[in-house]
Design a protein around this ligand. Structure first.
Ligand SMILES: C[S@@+](CC[C@H](N)C(=O)[O-])C[C@H]1O[C@@H](n2cnc3c(N)ncnc32)[C@H](O)[C@@H]1O
Length: 339
């Protein structure tokens, strides 16, 4: 079997504009099987299951990082967003430089491009903090017979990584997040890299937004869809534009960023028909390729607080995103007295 051709075949469904969930599920299963065979290692061992605790978040263990592939919509949308930006950035003059922060053991989100573009078209830097994943991703790429490509593997913490100023990336890809930007270090990774790159470098995802919102009453959990959630106010935006805007007390030389405190007040008359305060995540991967509410584990809304039907007054929610060993949106909720 020509393994590169097989990889092109199994990943072709991600590039199809028409959505066929059955075919997508098959593609995801075949892609996972192929990668597990190439990897040839049992990742469900203690080493593979251990996350790495950092000062600014948690890096997933190899076994868990490999499983991210199975989040169908996430994997499809990231691959499509990367495809769009590669098509835009391609040039006949020199290869574009793609930096992938947190490759995991399979480099899942960029492997389809490794078998579709030549060394003259794209060069890659793959960063991974977890030594087990770092070893496995090199094995997988070697077994695919892709040694002729220009790929630099780096075993490093991307939140501290210094980009070579003579070799700046054009595209930066990282999926190191969970819903509500909790636990994993997506934000410090992007912050560190955003400070060092050219203005026209593209970050994938391009924009991640958190909203305080409301969930409709009486819908069983398994039936919840985007239309059952109402976004009341945006409380965090992670994008190149927002990170360096006036609201953030940011110094380009410092390693910390103070996110603005936000206060959201929801008047009582707006609460009719809703039973919970929720924290909503939306992701713009690139331009029209996004991950809407509840389409992926990354955008599953989080219940902040049930709302009593007896509530007579308004609700005040104070929020601030904080980077720490357990990064998250910190919040306090004040509800007016109930009868
Ligand atoms: C959620 S997994 C995603 C794996 C794969 N990129 C995918 O999308 O399927 C995140 C990966 O990023 C790595 N990672 C997390 N924090 C990191 C950091 N600060 N520097 C480098 N790699 C990191 C983790 O070890 C893990 O392999």
């Amino acid at each position: 079997m020509d393994i590169q051709k097989e990889l092109i075949r199994v990943t072709a469904e991600y590039f199809e504009d028409n959505i066929d969930y059955q075919k997508l599920a098959t593609a995801s299963k075949e892609y996972g099987q192929l990668l597990n065979e190439l990897c040839g290692q049992n990742m469900a061992v203690e080493d593979g299951r251990s996350n790495i605790e950092l000062d600014n978040g948690e890096a997933l263990g190899t076994y868990w990082a490999a499983l991210c592939l199975e989040d169908l919509w996430r994997t499809r949308q990231f691959i499509r967003g990367i495809n769009e930006v590669i098509k835009e950035k391609r040039s006949a003059q020199k290869p574009i430089h793609l930096l992938y922060a947190g490759s995991g053991p399979f480099a899942t989100l960029i492997l389809p491009f490794l078998v579709r573009y030549s060394k003259q078209e794209i060069k890659y830097t793959l960063l991974e903090i977890n030594p087990f994943s770092y070893q496995l991703v090199q094995n997988v790429i070697a077994k695919l017979g892709l040694d002729e490509l220009d790929i630099t593997f780096v075993n490093a913490d991307t939140t501290q990584y210094k980009i070579d100023p003579t070799n700046k990336p054009d595209i930066i890809v990282s999926e190191t997040m969970q819903n509500a930007l909790a636990k994993e270090p997506q934000v410090p990774i992007f912050l560190n890299l955003m400070r060092q790159v050219k203005n026209d470098s593209i970050f994938i995802p391009e924009k991640i937004e958190l909203y305080v919102g409301l969930k409709k009453s009486g819908i069983p959990n398994e039936e919840l869809q985007a239309k059952h959630f109402h976004k009341e106010a945006k409380v965090v935006e992670v994008s190149k534009e927002a990170m360096f805007s006036a609201g953030h007390s940011e110094k380009r030389t410092s390693y910390t960023l103070q996110f603005p405190k936000k206060q959201t007040i929801i008047e009582n008359e707006k609460l009719n028909g809703f039973d919970c305060l929720v924290l909503i995540t939306e992701i713009q991967v690139y331009k029209n390729e996004g991950i809407g509410i509840n389409r992926s584990g990354l955008t599953t809304p989080i219940i902040m607080e049930p709302i009593s039907s007896n509530l007579k007054g308004s609700i005040t929610i104070d929020t601030q995103y904080k980077i720490s060993s357990d990064p998250k949106l910190e919040y306090t909720i004040t509800m007016s007295a109930t009868v």
